[in-house]
Design a protein around this ligand. Sequence first.
Ligand code: CTP
Ligand code: MG
Length: 229
Amino acid sequence: MTPLWCVIPAAGRGTRVGGDCPKQYLPLAGRALILHTLERLAGHPRIAGLMVALAADDERWPGLDHLAGKPVLTTTGGGERADSVLAGLRALPGGVGEGEFVLVHDAARPCVRAADIERLVEVASVGEGGLLGAPLRDTLKRADERGCSILTEPREQRWRAFTPQMFRRGQLVAAIEAAVRDGVIVSDEAMAMERAGHAPRLVEGAEDNIKVTTAADFALAEFLLTRTT
Ligand code: CTP
Ligand code: MG
């Protein structure tokens, strides 16, 4: 299988971290968080190039155009994550065919393991694509408005969804466009594909592929970075 392009949505504001600087540009082990993510992706033999979706007013992008010998392109993202992913998919080089698989990976997940990317590509390319995730481990509670537990939800067959997610370029564009048309905000690519009638393959990955979401996650990500490859 020929190496795949990867779209990286990086146009978020990081409101849950807080502060003026979007989280992807905050320092992690001495370098901007996004650089760790991009290096892991570019260093992977399954990946051909990176398409990074940046905020329209981004002044912090370091102007990279190559990493580990792979092209790094940028485009302008949008108001929701799905808008940024769609912009990235549309801006991919013309040589990336409609029927080709592409990966999508959050800029905010710097600890993704190379072996998990490898397994996702191997397993999900046999069918119509899929995503990394992990089955729920904890008991799941339904809360009321007061924050009190009123029900224990079944844990069976419930997964947490991570990235990368991998789908065929044309199908994914059509699925996200349909969601946008219907006024539905999809939180990941798999949700768009499910709405379009597909059943993305869930590929179990390491739980340390965390999405850096709050200020406290930086310390954890820094710890994990040194222990995962
Ligand atoms: N993202 C994006 N465009 C948006 C919103 C999010 O490209 N309009 C990207 C983020 O930059 C991040 C990824 O999607 O890499 C996952 O989103 P999330 O973790 O929610 O990041 P933010 O939206 O930046 O954070 P918050 O929700 O706390 O504001
Ligand atoms: Mg967000």
